[in-house]
Design a protein around this ligand. Structure first.
Ligand code: IPD
Length: 278
């Protein structure tokens, strides 16, 4: 079994993420060069690329044997492969649409997975100065203060985050709308804020009781997964089974009971899986 020193990995990555945060904080106020990827609403800017380059260059300088899965590297043709080797999974800007509109619900997400399990998770919203961190077995923190999921079990009292996503495939759009229709009369409230990663962190923080989404990628979930688990929350597949990072769907909740209640109600959708999981 490969092993790493998680505290050392956390402190190296934190320094780089803070540096990248300065770049995002500065760029969000300015005009962006926006390109499209898989659809007209799947966006990338020069800042996404610059942040990913800064992080991968910095991390590979300290950890030359580690592997990488980065959103923009994969978009540029790199393979998305998760092995047992230490792998940094990076979303340089999650909530790129929000970033483009200067809406401050956007973040940098960095996770380290080893033996196909999360060891370190960092999610940083540099605009609102929110730094979420977790190391496996050591709890989850927001700006160094311990955080916990809400403990909510009552669906009727649950605040739910979900997303429209970037796919305009009619079956996917129908899944989103059907689920909203099903849930609107059953839950306390529904929100769509535009960042899967930050949605997961808000379940960890206890401000949101459930979040789910179909069609996201490994980099949207890799850090949030550990932060929720370390905050005492639950991350499962949208159907109710174990979570699979490469399956492009996620259901997070404050408790197992609540997760199971909502899984039973959701219309399911299976996008094409991410890359290759060896
Ligand atoms: C997006 C966000 C959004 C989700 C999209 C993702 P990106 O990530 O997480 O909430 O609905 O499906 O693509 O592209 O801004 O990193």
């Amino acid at each position: 079994m490969t092993s790493v020193n998680p505290q050392h990995c956390l402190s190296v990555a934190l320094k780089l993420v803070k540096e990248a945060g300065e770049l995002v904080r500065d760029a969000i106020k300015k005009k962006k060069n926006v390109e499209t990827k898989s659809s007209v609403v799947d966006l990338v800017t020069e800042s996404d690329k610059a942040v990913e380059k800064l992080l991968i260059t910095g991390l590979s300088g300290v950890f030359p044997d580690h592997k990488f899965i980065g959103e923009e590297s994969v978009a540029a043709g790199e393979k998305c492969v998760l092995t047992d080797e230490p792998t940094w999974i990076i979303d340089p800007i999650d909530g790129t649409m929000n970033f483009v509109h200067s809406f401050p619900y956007t973040c940098i997400s960095v996770a380290l997975w080893v033996n196909k399990d999360a060891e370190v998770g960092i999610v940083y919203n540099p605009v609102l100065e929110q730094m979420f961190t977790a190391v496996k077995g050591q709890g989850a923190f927001l700006n160094d203060e311990k955080i916990s999921a809400s403990g909510q079990t009552d669906l009727g009292q649950a605040l739910v985050f979900s997303e429209m996503g970037t796919s305009r495939d009619p079956e996917k759009v129908d899944t989103v709308l059907t689920n909203l229709t099903t849930l609107i009369t059953k839950v306390h409230g529904i929100r769509a804020m535009g960042s899967c990663t930050l949605n997961m962190c808000h379940v960890a923080l206890g401000g949101v009781d459930i979040c789910f989404e179909f069609g996201i990628h490994a980099w949207d979930m890799a850090a949030g997964y550990l932060i929720i688990k370390e905050a005492g929350g639950v991350v499962i597949d949208t159907e109710g089974g174990p979570f699979d990072l490469m399956r492009r769907r996620v259901l997070c909740a404050s408790t197992q009971e609540l997760a199971e209640k909502i899984a039973k109600l959701l219309k399911q959708y299976q996008p094409e899986r991410d890359g290759v999981s060896e």
